[in-house]
Design a protein around this ligand. Structure first.
Ligand code: ADP
Ligand code: MG
Length: 474
């Protein structure tokens, strides 16, 4: 490509950035996307420089499709993006980062400073100086043990969390909580932190998402400020890392996490971890880290049952100060079975509706009306099983063949299309989709790219995919 051509792309980059910022939000943009710089275009591939290897992995797994789409819209010649590390950081020098914790002088204790936020899961600290920022994310004031309704499906995890919160010394180390989304992991972790904070303010409890752990680590590497990073963990008594599945991928962060983890455990600090899967099922995590994660107490939260959903709805209704008839509670508990977050969302919508229309009582009819869209999409939600079945039927193969190891194109192509549609039509993650096909997440990623590529140049494939998509969405 000519130099002029490349220059034009550079000039468009700020607009691409603006679009990205709107789509992913200011903080994620600042953390991951702002440091990117486009370098050239070769044969339709936009090459982008990234400051570290870790960022490269992260950005290419999480943002490459988005970047490709935006750039492709601006410039149809761009059909692919590729990332390369621009400056090689001295990783090895930083490897022993955490091991050195013990030998560095004690800094001022790091603790909670924030009081509350309403939505902690989206909270990120976009620090400009990691030394002055507390490492703990703020805690949601509603996520307490008092507000946690327990029943058959979450009893064990609840008991374990209480035990850890109430013991002044280390009980199970680590406590590993896992479940599907929206079932109470973050709530329990915050509850532990609140409890300790109230009962023994001298203990330094740090709660942070695995994403933030990585982000802080990457910053430390980038600015060669690993001392600050180490020091932050030095005075931690209880470390909670939420959603560790985000550390998946072969990267230095995982190693760093492993060292942090080991050194804190050796020093008798309590560690609490959450993930969407059990330690053994975590994908893209080194086996020694997996076994370390599973060596304390592993507690899972199962999908809710009807009784728990009723209990939760009653408790939330009381907190919201709304009167909800038994019939409505039961209706919601029957209908909304996926997770507690959605259940709560539905109740909030109904409550808001009745509060806005002052004096209007909540009734079953009103509930059905207010939640019309949500219930419809609920009924219609496409599953991976369904996708596999429909795609297999369409191409005249069996679902068994689709999941088999066969690589013949007559089987492989439908399989790739089914993976692609699963990514498009469900909210399942790549590893989750992979498992349904007995493959790992990289295979799914490859399939998605392949089908995207085919759609753009093969009308036949494009039509087939479109027909299947419509069929599945109807
Ligand atoms: P996860 O971290 O597992 O995705 P969260 O802890 O964020 O789930 O929970 C999602 C929502 O459901 C939160 O608003 C939380 O307060 C609520 N919730 C989860 N479990 C319970 C429970 N047992 N009792 C009351 N509320 C709950
Ligand atoms: Mg969570």
């Amino acid at each position: 490509m000519s130099e002029d051509y490349n220059t034009a792309v550079m000039q468009e980059w700020p607009q691409v950035c603006n679009q990205l910022k709107t789509e992913v939000g200011e903080t994620a943009f600042e953390s991951w996307l702002k440091p990117l710089t486009p370098s050239s275009i070769d044969n339709g591939t936009l090459n982008i420089n990234v400051p570290t290897r870790f960022m490269k992995n992260w950005v290419s797994t999480h943002y490459s499709d988005r970047i490709k789409k935006i750039c492709g819209k601006k410039n149809p010649n761009i059909v692919n993006v590729s990332f390369s590390v621009q400056t090689v950081q001295n990783h090895n020098k930083d490897k022993s980062l955490i091991k050195q914790i013990k030998t560095t002088p004690a800094p001022a204790p790091v603790g909670f400073t924030e009081n509350s936020v309403s939505n902690i899961s989206t909270e990120w600290i976009s620090d400009t100086d990691s030394r002055r920022q507390p490492i703990s994310a703020p805690l949601n004031p509603n996520y307490t043990f008092d507000n946690f309704v327990h029943g058959k499906t979450n009893e064990f995890a609840y008991a374990a969390a209480r035990k850890v919160a109430e013991s002044s010394n280390v009980s199970f180390n680590p406590l590993f909580l896992y479940s599907g989304v929206g079932l109470g992991k973050t709530h329990l972790m915050h509850a532990i932190a609140w409890h300790i904070r109230q009962n023994d303010p001298t203990r330094n409890v740090v709660y942070l998402s695995a994403e933030k752990f990585m982000y802080k680590f990457v910053r430390a590497l980038r600015y060669k400020d690993s001392m600050a990073f180490k020091e932050q963990f030095r005075s931690v008594d209880v470390l909670m890392v939420d959603d560790v599945q985000f550390i998946s991928g072969k990267d230095a962060t995982q190693e760093e996490f492993f060292y942090t983890f080991n050194s804190l455990i050796e020093e008798g600090r309590q560690i609490i971890i959450s993930a969407d899967k059990s330690p053994t099922d975590l994908e893209g995590i080194e086996s020694r880290l997996k076994s370390r994660l599973g060596c304390g107490l592993v507690a899972d939260i199962h999908a809710t049952d009807f009784d728990l959903r009723v209990g939760i709805l009653k408790s939330k209704a009381e907190n919201l100060g709304v009167e909800v008839p038994e019939k409505v509670i039961e209706f919601l508990a029957h209908k909304i079975t996926s997770n507690i977050r959605e259940l709560e969302g539905a109740l909030r919508r109904v409550a808001a509706h009745s509060q806005l229309l002052i004096g209007k009582d909540i009734t079953l009819e009103m509930t059905q009306d207010v939640l019309k869209d949500m219930l419809r999409s609920y009924d219609r939600r496409t599953t991976i099983d369904e996708i596999q079945k429909k795609v297999a039927e369409h191409f005249n193969i069996s679902v068994k063949e689709m999941q088999s190891a066969r690589r013949a194109r007559s089987v492989a192509r439908p399989r790739q299309i089914a993976m692609y549609l699963a990514k498009q039509l469900t909210s399942r993650s790549l590893p989750e989709i992979g498992r349904k096909f007995d493959r790992d997440h990289t295979t799914v990623m490859h399939a998605v790219r392949k089908v995207e590529e085919l759609i753009s140049k093969d009308v036949n494939i494009q039509e087939n995919v479109e027909i299947l998509r419509r069929m599945l969405e109807s």
